[in-house]
Ligand binder design. Structure first.
Ligand code: G3I
Length: 354
């Protein structure tokens, strides 16, 4: 446990190991994260959150950037007939404008969303329709979306190689589909920062290395990647230093870096997991602190944004997962009632340059 922890954790230290229930969070008077950090602090959202005053209050206090969690993706935008429905994404964009938050577009092309309408397209229409979808979507939010995850998760799950998908099959391989998406997005918006985004880059050094090699190859070929996204769905059992090592290598490209989807599950997905809640919470704090410190150590021009994948534990996608996560998971900075956890105080202190 880092020094920072011991200072901030004193109240919960006394409770550690006293019961299987989550350690009672000490009352924490957390300064506004967005006011403390010298860079945008982001959160993901869906339109259902906008009708929850407690969520709006928490988010407007602490966050300055918003990523649509799913409603700016193909699964929501593309109707069965190929026309586009921006109702939900427009509502999120309007919320950002009202709250003076930055809007971050997520995500245009993703192996996990091979929409049936695209799958059914004849060969001679595919490229035109792909380009129309990317261009129409990016142009709609030009001047409002400060950046885009143009391509999401191109690296193979285990890090050995890259994912084949509808897009790679239609555009001549991995580099072909990624280049196409970035070129069309760049034509549609000359200002937005264009990101290649992936996960487990810190957790799995093989995958992190494959991502770095892909970025190097794409940039050398002239692909207009202008930002690098590391999702940071952290495995809290990874060795200390692994996160820092990857962030340092990522910084080597000199591009803006987005910690784009931070959460840190307490659940391993293993059938038997004997760790106490106190151990899990301590591991979680250690890894989140390491990530925040590694991000803060970047040159200011590369600290693009630090985004958490949910405001409150109860908002987390992890609660719906069966393979790790689950209904009792507590992966975020604020608990189910929106109360800040000790790890949130750690992050605020780091962002403040403490
Ligand atoms: O809200 C609707 C509900 O009204 C409807 O009845 C139901 C059945 O269709 O769908 C509900 O929407 C679901 C939404 O999550 C809200 O729960 C969508 O179907 C479902 O696809 C969506 O899942 C999202 C997933 O990406 C796929 O888009 C998760 O919220 C989101 O957290 C997850 O986020 C991804 C990132 O984009 C990329 N990195 C990994 C991350 C976690 O998987």
């Amino acid at each position: 446990m880092s020094r920072r922890h011991i200072l901030a954790a004193a109240p919960s230290l006394a409770l550690m190991g006293c019961s299987r229930a989550p350690t009672a969070s000490p009352v924490i008077d957390l300064p506004s994260l967005k006011s403390t950090a010298p860079f945008p602090v982001g959160v993901c959202a869906m339109t259902g959150h906008l009708d929850d005053p407690a969520w709006v209050d928490l988010v407007s206090t602490h966050f300055s950037q918003l990523t649509p969690e799913w409603e700016m993706k193909m699964e929501r935008l593309v109707r069965d007939d190929g026309t586009l429905d921006f109702t939900a994404s427009d509502r999120l964009a309007d919320f950002c404008a009202d709250q003076r938050m930055r809007l971050f577009g997520h995500t245009l092309i993703w192996y996990a969303q091979e929409h049936p309408w695209f799958q059914a397209l004849p060969e001679d229409r595919f490229a035109t329709e792909h380009d129309r979808y990317v261009r129409t979507t990016v142009e709609r939010y030009r001047g409002r979306a400060v950046g885009w995850d143009v391509v999401n998760e191109p690296v193979a799950e285990d890090g050995n190689g890259y994912r084949e998908c509808l897009w790679s099959r239609r555009f001549g391989g991995v580099d072909g589909y990624i280049r196409r998406a970035f070129d069309v997005a760049r034509e549609a918006d000359g200002e937005a920062v264009l990101f290649l985004n992936d996960y487990n880059l810190e957790n799995n050094p093989t995958k992190g290395a494959s991502y770095l090699r892909l970025v190097e190859r794409l940039l050398a070929a002239g692909t207009p990647i202008t930002g690098l996204g590391t999702q940071s769905h952290l495995d809290i059992t990874i060795p200390e230093g692994q996160i820092t090592a990857f962030m340092r290598e990522l910084a080597g490209f000199g591009l803006p870096i987005h910690v784009s989807e931070l959460d840190a599950s307490l659940e391993s997905g293993r059938r038997v997991d004997v760790r106490s809640d106190a151990t899990r919470e301590s591991q979680q704090r250690d890894r989140v602190v390491e990530l925040a410190e590694a991000f803060m150590a970047l040159p200011p021009a590369q600290r693009w944004a630090f985004t958490v994948w949910g405001a409150r534990d109860s908002d987390s996608w992890m609660r719906l997962r069966e393979d790790g996560g689950g209904p009792n998971d507590r992966p975020l900075l604020f608990d189910d009632r929106g109360r800040p956890k000790p790890v949130a105080a750690d992050v605020a202190q780091i962002f403040a340059g403490g």
